[in-house]
Design a protein around this ligand. Structure first.
Ligand SMILES: NC(=O)NC(NC(N)=O)C(=O)[O-]
Length: 398
């Protein structure tokens, strides 16, 4: 198990904790089956919000807990559930978060995974607190033969959910294949607050034509954040999530920079002249040519950035490794979108960016600081050799 607070390698210089959560309910992840949901339903595992605790909250079944919690087992066997990922992809690691489960946390887990051709047509519905799986649900799930799925995390101990040790990190680098479904096993029973499944989406690009318009940086299309200067209030990966942001927490928000001058000056376009900036770098899901940029400041009203700019480059796998290792201080960046004044709570559409040719990486820079809720890069895929795209990367690298 990887220790809390340490960087967890997912490739040369990469930390899988920065990757996307492919199972979160906000990207369509769902629990299809759970052996038992007596104290709290398994669907809680996939909530986007951080786990909560209310010392005075009880249900008719026992203490209210914000996670998946089964009854104390008095029969042979162990508890498990089947999760359908919202975004199929390569899994680099897991965070099994036991927040607030102390004295009732699951002592051990293992995780299995597979890639199914089609989604099973059954799924748990509604609040299942107080329920165990029925015989017909067991018969349905038996058809998946999930007990034989490859093991991504072997049987491993879990720490209880005290605030200093509630994150149990596991790497999954030994399993390079695309995954659509997981089986989470608790031995023998107990509670887990959240399961974060960290990886990179993998779309089937063979079915996409070079004439189709696609968001090349979107999470389901394989976009991934590979570096950033500041993520104090919200991680930049949130910007490539599905749909419109639900709140400020669903976007990228930096801390206020401390180097903002006492008296502010603007240039002729009304853009603030300040020394400070914040940035985030993404690898596109597929190399492509970008012809439309969207920058959304929805929800950021008193804290939107004054301006932004977008740069692009095309990197080979080795060049990408070098850039990650030197924290993106190098790179062959070209301007895609020159500095633009931004407005609060607004979707900015730029239909005529600088023609750039095929690119693999993008850097969004904001001045001096603030929040962006969504970042979209519409374009067309280009089938080029030698450049980095998730679908073309050797299995030894992400
Ligand atoms: N106090 C508890 O949490 N007890 C039990 N759990 C719930 N949720 O009531 C248990 O022992 O598993």
């Amino acid at each position: 198990m990887a220790k809390r607070g340490t960087s967890v390698a997912a490739g040369p210089g990469l930390d899988f904790l920065q990757f996307n959560d492919l199972a979160c309910e906000t990207v369509g992840g769902k629990v299809l089956f759970a052996t038992d949901e007596y104290f709290a339903p398994a669907s809680n595992l996939l909530k986007g919000a951080l786990p909560q605790f209310d010392s005075s909250a009880y249900t008719e079944f026992g203490k209210w807990m914000d996670g998946w919690e089964t009854r104390r087992k008095r029969i042979p066997g162990h508890d498990w559930c089947i999760i359908q990922l919202g975004v199929p992809g390569r899994i680099c690691g897991f965070d099994v978060d036991t927040s607030f489960f102390t004295g009732n946390h699951s002592p051990r887990v293992s995780i299995q995974g597979t890639c199914l051709d089609s989604s099973p047509d059954f799924s748990l519905k509604g609040n299942r607190t107080g329920m165990a799986a029925t015989d017909s649900e067991f018969a349905e799930v038996a058809k998946l033969r999930s007990e034989a799925w490859p093991e991504l995390v072997p049987l491993s101990p879990l720490m209880p959910g005290f605030s200093d040790c509630c994150h149990n990190f596991f790497t999954s680098s030994q399993f390079p294949n695309r995954v659509t479904h997981l089986r989470l096993n608790m031995y023998p029973d107990g509670g887990i607050a959240r399961l974060r499944v960290l990886g990179i989406g993998q779309r089937n690009w063979a079915s996409v034509s070079t004439h189709d318009d696609v968001d090349l940086v979107a999470l389901p299309n394989g976009g991934v954040c590979l570096g950033f200067s500041n993520a104090h209030f919200g991680h930049p990966r949130n910007m490539i999530g599905l749909g419109q942001a639900v709140s400020m927490a669903d976007g990228w928000e930096t801390a206020r920079r401390l180097d903002r001058p006492n008296k502010l000056k603007v240039d002729q376009q009304g853009i603030l002249q300040v020394p400070g900036r914040e940035w985030a770098v993404f690898r596109l899901g597929h190399p492509g040519t970008i012809h439309r940029v969207e920058i959304d400041t929805i929800h950021f009203k008193g804290n939107f950035p004054d301006s932004c700019q977008v740069e692009v480059c095309s990197l080979s796998p080795d060049e990408e490794v070098q850039c990650i290792q030197n924290r993106w201080t190098s790179g062959k960046w070209r301007l895609l979108l020159p500095p633009q004044k931004l407005r609060p709570h607004h979707t900015h559409r730029y239909d005529e960016p600088v023609p750039s040719g095929p690119v693999t990486h993008v850097r969004l820079t904001i001045r001096p600081d603030g929040g962006i809720s969504r970042f979209r890069l519409f374009g067309r895929i280009t089938r080029i050799t030698g450049a980095v795209g998730n679908q073309q990367r050797p299995s030894s690298r992400l």
